[in-house]
Design a protein around this ligand. Structure first.
Ligand code: RIB
Ligand code: CA
Length: 312
Protein backbone atom coordinates (compact mmCIF):
# COMPACT_ATOMS: atom_id res chain seq x y z
CA UNK A 1 0.00 0.00 0.00
CA UNK A 2 1.68 3.24 -1.10
CA UNK A 3 2.01 6.10 1.34
CA UNK A 4 -0.24 8.87 0.13
CA UNK A 5 0.95 12.46 0.09
CA UNK A 6 -1.31 14.53 2.38
CA UNK A 7 -1.94 18.04 1.07
CA UNK A 8 -4.02 21.03 2.19
CA UNK A 9 -5.19 23.30 -0.62
CA UNK A 10 -5.84 26.99 0.03
CA UNK A 11 -7.64 28.38 -2.96
CA UNK A 12 -9.79 31.11 -4.58
CA UNK A 13 -11.75 29.13 -7.21
CA UNK A 14 -11.40 30.49 -9.82
CA UNK A 15 -11.31 28.60 -13.08
CA UNK A 16 -7.73 27.36 -13.00
CA UNK A 17 -8.10 26.59 -9.30
CA UNK A 18 -11.13 24.43 -10.10
CA UNK A 19 -9.34 22.54 -12.87
CA UNK A 20 -6.29 22.03 -10.66
CA UNK A 21 -8.43 20.63 -7.84
CA UNK A 22 -10.38 18.39 -10.24
CA UNK A 23 -7.12 16.91 -11.54
CA UNK A 24 -5.73 16.47 -8.01
CA UNK A 25 -8.91 14.65 -6.95
CA UNK A 26 -8.12 11.97 -9.54
CA UNK A 27 -4.51 11.56 -8.35
CA UNK A 28 -4.49 8.46 -6.15
CA UNK A 29 -1.10 9.36 -4.66
CA UNK A 30 -2.56 12.56 -3.17
CA UNK A 31 -4.70 12.72 -0.05
CA UNK A 32 -6.46 16.09 -0.02
CA UNK A 33 -6.78 16.55 3.74
CA UNK A 34 -8.70 19.82 3.56
CA UNK A 35 -9.52 22.83 1.42
CA UNK A 36 -9.71 26.43 2.61
CA UNK A 37 -11.24 29.20 0.56
CA UNK A 38 -9.91 32.73 0.33
CA UNK A 39 -11.16 35.84 -1.45
CA UNK A 40 -9.25 36.54 -4.66
CA UNK A 41 -10.57 35.67 -8.10
CA UNK A 42 -14.01 36.34 -6.64
CA UNK A 43 -15.47 37.31 -3.27
CA UNK A 44 -15.21 34.74 -0.50
CA UNK A 45 -18.91 33.83 -0.65
CA UNK A 46 -18.29 32.64 -4.22
CA UNK A 47 -14.89 31.00 -3.76
CA UNK A 48 -16.13 29.13 -0.68
CA UNK A 49 -19.29 27.94 -2.49
CA UNK A 50 -17.27 27.02 -5.59
CA UNK A 51 -14.84 24.92 -3.54
CA UNK A 52 -17.76 23.01 -2.00
CA UNK A 53 -19.47 22.53 -5.36
CA UNK A 54 -16.28 21.32 -7.07
CA UNK A 55 -16.19 18.52 -4.49
CA UNK A 56 -19.91 17.83 -5.02
CA UNK A 57 -19.25 17.53 -8.77
CA UNK A 58 -16.38 15.10 -8.11
CA UNK A 59 -18.40 13.13 -5.53
CA UNK A 60 -15.74 13.93 -2.93
CA UNK A 61 -17.69 15.77 -0.30
CA UNK A 62 -15.81 13.70 2.26
CA UNK A 63 -13.13 16.41 2.00
CA UNK A 64 -13.83 19.29 4.41
CA UNK A 65 -14.00 22.87 3.10
CA UNK A 66 -13.40 25.88 5.34
CA UNK A 67 -14.12 29.55 4.78
CA UNK A 68 -11.12 31.84 5.28
CA UNK A 69 -10.50 35.51 4.76
CA UNK A 70 -12.98 37.74 2.95
CA UNK A 71 -10.37 40.44 2.40
CA UNK A 72 -6.62 41.00 2.34
CA UNK A 73 -4.72 41.91 5.52
CA UNK A 74 -4.61 45.65 4.80
CA UNK A 75 -5.59 46.36 1.21
CA UNK A 76 -9.07 46.52 -0.24
CA UNK A 77 -10.01 43.35 -2.10
CA UNK A 78 -9.66 43.30 -5.86
CA UNK A 79 -11.15 40.40 -7.81
CA UNK A 80 -10.79 39.17 -11.42
CA UNK A 81 -14.31 39.12 -12.96
CA UNK A 82 -13.02 39.66 -16.51
CA UNK A 83 -11.30 36.27 -16.38
CA UNK A 84 -13.35 34.33 -13.85
CA UNK A 85 -16.76 36.05 -13.92
CA UNK A 86 -18.37 37.60 -10.85
CA UNK A 87 -19.15 34.14 -9.46
CA UNK A 88 -15.58 32.88 -9.97
CA UNK A 89 -16.47 30.21 -12.54
CA UNK A 90 -17.92 32.27 -15.40
CA UNK A 91 -21.39 30.97 -14.67
CA UNK A 92 -20.39 27.34 -15.20
CA UNK A 93 -22.94 25.22 -13.37
CA UNK A 94 -21.89 22.70 -10.74
CA UNK A 95 -24.11 20.63 -8.42
CA UNK A 96 -24.93 22.52 -5.20
CA UNK A 97 -23.23 20.93 -2.21
CA UNK A 98 -25.57 20.00 0.61
CA UNK A 99 -22.86 19.13 3.10
CA UNK A 100 -23.29 20.99 6.41
CA UNK A 101 -21.05 24.05 6.68
CA UNK A 102 -17.91 23.63 8.78
CA UNK A 103 -17.82 25.77 11.90
CA UNK A 104 -14.03 26.04 12.30
CA UNK A 105 -12.31 28.90 10.50
CA UNK A 106 -9.68 28.12 7.90
CA UNK A 107 -6.50 28.85 9.82
CA UNK A 108 -7.59 26.92 12.93
CA UNK A 109 -8.56 23.96 10.73
CA UNK A 110 -5.23 24.09 8.86
CA UNK A 111 -3.27 24.09 12.14
CA UNK A 112 -5.30 21.21 13.56
CA UNK A 113 -4.71 19.25 10.35
CA UNK A 114 -0.97 19.99 10.34
CA UNK A 115 -0.65 18.71 13.90
CA UNK A 116 -2.60 15.56 12.99
CA UNK A 117 -0.16 14.79 10.13
CA UNK A 118 2.83 15.52 12.38
CA UNK A 119 5.21 16.98 9.81
CA UNK A 120 3.89 15.20 6.70
CA UNK A 121 1.27 17.72 5.53
CA UNK A 122 2.08 19.70 2.36
CA UNK A 123 0.47 23.12 1.93
CA UNK A 124 -0.45 24.21 -1.60
CA UNK A 125 -1.69 27.80 -1.66
CA UNK A 126 -3.02 28.86 -5.05
CA UNK A 127 -4.76 32.13 -4.24
CA UNK A 128 -3.85 35.26 -2.29
CA UNK A 129 -1.93 34.25 0.85
CA UNK A 130 -4.14 35.96 3.45
CA UNK A 131 -5.28 32.75 5.18
CA UNK A 132 -1.73 31.44 5.34
CA UNK A 133 -0.27 34.64 6.78
CA UNK A 134 -2.98 34.69 9.45
CA UNK A 135 -2.38 31.01 10.27
CA UNK A 136 1.37 31.58 10.62
CA UNK A 137 0.76 34.64 12.81
CA UNK A 138 -1.64 32.82 15.12
CA UNK A 139 0.40 29.59 15.17
CA UNK A 140 4.13 30.43 14.83
CA UNK A 141 4.96 26.71 15.02
CA UNK A 142 2.81 25.93 11.95
CA UNK A 143 5.52 26.37 9.27
CA UNK A 144 7.70 23.86 11.11
CA UNK A 145 4.83 21.38 11.13
CA UNK A 146 4.55 21.46 7.33
CA UNK A 147 6.57 19.15 5.10
CA UNK A 148 6.49 21.60 2.17
CA UNK A 149 5.00 25.00 1.41
CA UNK A 150 4.13 25.46 -2.25
CA UNK A 151 2.48 28.58 -3.66
CA UNK A 152 1.18 29.64 -7.03
CA UNK A 153 2.14 33.29 -6.96
CA UNK A 154 4.66 35.94 -7.79
CA UNK A 155 7.07 36.23 -10.69
CA UNK A 156 10.82 36.75 -10.86
CA UNK A 157 10.03 38.43 -14.20
CA UNK A 158 6.77 39.63 -15.71
CA UNK A 159 3.44 40.55 -14.17
CA UNK A 160 -0.16 39.81 -15.10
CA UNK A 161 -2.13 42.33 -13.05
CA UNK A 162 0.47 45.12 -13.34
CA UNK A 163 3.62 45.17 -15.46
CA UNK A 164 5.55 43.70 -12.54
CA UNK A 165 3.11 41.97 -10.18
CA UNK A 166 1.28 38.66 -10.32
CA UNK A 167 -2.37 38.65 -9.20
CA UNK A 168 -2.24 36.50 -6.04
CA UNK A 169 0.68 38.44 -4.56
CA UNK A 170 -0.71 41.78 -5.73
CA UNK A 171 -4.06 41.17 -4.00
CA UNK A 172 -2.32 40.70 -0.66
CA UNK A 173 1.38 41.64 -0.82
CA UNK A 174 1.64 41.95 2.98
CA UNK A 175 0.47 38.36 3.40
CA UNK A 176 2.87 37.16 0.73
CA UNK A 177 5.82 38.91 2.40
CA UNK A 178 4.86 37.33 5.73
CA UNK A 179 4.75 33.87 4.15
CA UNK A 180 8.16 34.36 2.55
CA UNK A 181 9.49 35.30 6.02
CA UNK A 182 8.09 32.17 7.73
CA UNK A 183 11.50 30.55 8.13
CA UNK A 184 10.89 27.68 5.71
CA UNK A 185 11.75 27.44 2.01
CA UNK A 186 8.68 28.40 -0.06
CA UNK A 187 8.42 26.65 -3.42
CA UNK A 188 7.25 29.51 -5.59
CA UNK A 189 5.40 28.58 -8.79
CA UNK A 190 5.25 32.06 -10.27
CA UNK A 191 4.46 33.27 -13.75
CA UNK A 192 8.00 32.37 -14.79
CA UNK A 193 6.93 28.73 -14.86
CA UNK A 194 3.12 28.82 -14.92
CA UNK A 195 2.99 30.74 -18.21
CA UNK A 196 4.95 27.81 -19.69
CA UNK A 197 2.44 25.32 -18.24
CA UNK A 198 -0.35 25.93 -20.70
CA UNK A 199 -2.99 24.03 -22.63
CA UNK A 200 -2.89 24.77 -26.34
CA UNK A 201 -5.89 25.77 -28.44
CA UNK A 202 -6.04 22.12 -29.60
CA UNK A 203 -5.87 20.85 -26.01
CA UNK A 204 -8.76 23.16 -25.09
CA UNK A 205 -10.81 22.05 -28.09
CA UNK A 206 -10.19 18.41 -27.14
CA UNK A 207 -11.20 18.98 -23.51
CA UNK A 208 -14.31 20.96 -24.53
CA UNK A 209 -15.59 18.25 -26.86
CA UNK A 210 -18.32 15.85 -25.88
CA UNK A 211 -21.24 15.72 -23.54
CA UNK A 212 -19.63 14.74 -20.25
CA UNK A 213 -20.14 16.95 -17.23
CA UNK A 214 -16.44 17.73 -17.24
CA UNK A 215 -16.44 18.80 -20.93
CA UNK A 216 -19.38 21.07 -20.29
CA UNK A 217 -17.71 22.54 -17.17
CA UNK A 218 -14.43 23.04 -19.03
CA UNK A 219 -16.19 24.73 -21.97
CA UNK A 220 -18.37 26.99 -19.85
CA UNK A 221 -15.78 27.96 -17.22
CA UNK A 222 -12.92 28.77 -19.60
CA UNK A 223 -14.87 30.85 -22.11
CA UNK A 224 -13.96 34.25 -20.64
CA UNK A 225 -10.29 33.53 -20.24
CA UNK A 226 -9.97 32.07 -23.73
CA UNK A 227 -11.85 34.99 -25.28
CA UNK A 228 -9.79 37.50 -23.25
CA UNK A 229 -6.51 35.97 -24.39
CA UNK A 230 -7.66 35.76 -28.00
CA UNK A 231 -7.86 39.57 -27.96
CA UNK A 232 -4.13 39.44 -27.19
CA UNK A 233 -3.59 36.88 -29.95
CA UNK A 234 -2.58 34.47 -27.18
CA UNK A 235 -4.17 31.03 -27.50
CA UNK A 236 -2.52 29.44 -24.48
CA UNK A 237 -4.59 28.58 -21.40
CA UNK A 238 -2.18 28.70 -18.47
CA UNK A 239 -2.81 26.06 -15.82
CA UNK A 240 -1.26 28.26 -13.13
CA UNK A 241 -2.74 26.54 -10.08
CA UNK A 242 -2.16 22.99 -11.29
CA UNK A 243 1.63 23.52 -11.13
CA UNK A 244 2.17 23.09 -7.36
CA UNK A 245 -0.23 20.14 -7.23
CA UNK A 246 1.32 18.33 -10.19
CA UNK A 247 4.76 19.01 -8.70
CA UNK A 248 3.82 17.00 -5.61
CA UNK A 249 3.60 13.81 -7.68
CA UNK A 250 5.92 14.75 -10.57
CA UNK A 251 8.67 17.05 -9.29
CA UNK A 252 10.77 15.87 -12.21
CA UNK A 253 8.56 17.85 -14.60
CA UNK A 254 9.88 21.08 -13.07
CA UNK A 255 13.15 22.91 -12.49
CA UNK A 256 13.95 25.87 -10.31
CA UNK A 257 16.59 27.66 -8.27
CA UNK A 258 16.89 28.58 -4.61
CA UNK A 259 17.25 32.27 -3.82
CA UNK A 260 15.93 34.97 -1.52
CA UNK A 261 12.60 36.66 -2.24
CA UNK A 262 11.10 39.82 -0.82
CA UNK A 263 7.71 41.30 -1.72
CA UNK A 264 7.23 45.00 -2.39
CA UNK A 265 4.46 46.13 -0.04
CA UNK A 266 4.71 49.92 -0.44
CA UNK A 267 5.68 50.76 -4.03
CA UNK A 268 3.33 52.86 -6.11
CA UNK A 269 4.47 51.27 -9.37
CA UNK A 270 5.99 48.06 -8.01
CA UNK A 271 3.43 47.01 -5.38
CA UNK A 272 3.22 43.22 -5.20
CA UNK A 273 6.47 42.63 -7.06
CA UNK A 274 8.31 39.51 -5.85
CA UNK A 275 11.91 40.69 -5.95
CA UNK A 276 14.40 37.81 -6.16
CA UNK A 277 18.19 37.90 -6.12
CA UNK A 278 18.33 35.14 -8.72
CA UNK A 279 20.17 37.07 -11.38
CA UNK A 280 21.37 40.28 -9.71
CA UNK A 281 25.02 40.99 -8.94
CA UNK A 282 23.80 41.86 -5.47
CA UNK A 283 22.07 39.31 -3.24
CA UNK A 284 19.90 40.10 -0.24
CA UNK A 285 22.67 38.64 1.93
CA UNK A 286 20.05 36.58 3.72
CA UNK A 287 19.55 32.81 3.88
CA UNK A 288 17.57 31.56 0.88
CA UNK A 289 13.82 31.52 1.63
CA UNK A 290 12.47 30.28 -1.69
CA UNK A 291 12.89 27.88 -4.54
CA UNK A 292 11.67 29.79 -7.58
CA UNK A 293 10.39 27.45 -10.28
CA UNK A 294 11.52 28.46 -13.74
CA UNK A 295 10.93 25.55 -16.11
CA UNK A 296 8.42 22.81 -16.82
CA UNK A 297 8.17 19.95 -19.30
CA UNK A 298 4.96 21.19 -20.84
CA UNK A 299 4.25 18.07 -22.83
CA UNK A 300 4.49 15.79 -19.80
CA UNK A 301 2.58 18.29 -17.63
CA UNK A 302 -0.35 18.64 -20.02
CA UNK A 303 -0.47 14.93 -20.89
CA UNK A 304 -0.70 14.22 -17.16
CA UNK A 305 -3.53 16.73 -16.69
CA UNK A 306 -5.46 15.39 -19.68
CA UNK A 307 -5.17 11.86 -18.29
CA UNK A 308 -6.68 13.02 -15.01
CA UNK A 309 -9.45 15.02 -16.69
CA UNK A 310 -10.30 11.97 -18.82
CA UNK A 311 -11.24 10.11 -15.64
CA UNK A 312 -14.39 12.28 -15.24
O1 RIB B 1 -1.92 34.90 -11.50
C1 RIB B 1 -2.59 33.66 -11.56
C2 RIB B 1 -3.26 33.37 -10.27
O2 RIB B 1 -4.27 34.34 -10.03
C3 RIB B 1 -4.01 32.02 -10.27
O3 RIB B 1 -4.00 31.49 -8.98
C4 RIB B 1 -5.40 32.39 -10.65
O4 RIB B 1 -6.37 31.49 -10.11
C5 RIB B 1 -5.54 33.73 -9.99
O5 RIB B 1 -5.89 33.50 -8.64
CA1 CA C 1 -6.08 30.84 -7.86
Amino acid sequence: MMDKIPVWIDTDPGVDDALAILAALKEERLEIAGISAVAGNAELKHTYRNARNILAFAHREDIPVYAGSAKPLFRELITAPSAHGNDGLCGAVLPESTVPHTEMCAFDALYTCAKKYAGELRLAAVGPLTNIALAFKKYPDLPGLLKEILIMGGAAEKGNITPCAEFNVYVDPHAAEAVFRCGKIVKMFGLDVTTKAYLTEEDCAELSEGTTGFARFFRDSTQNIIRLKETMKNYELCMHDACPLVYLVHPEFFEGEECTVHVETEGRITLGKTVTDLWSDQSFHEPHNAKVMLGVDREKFTEYLKRKFAEY
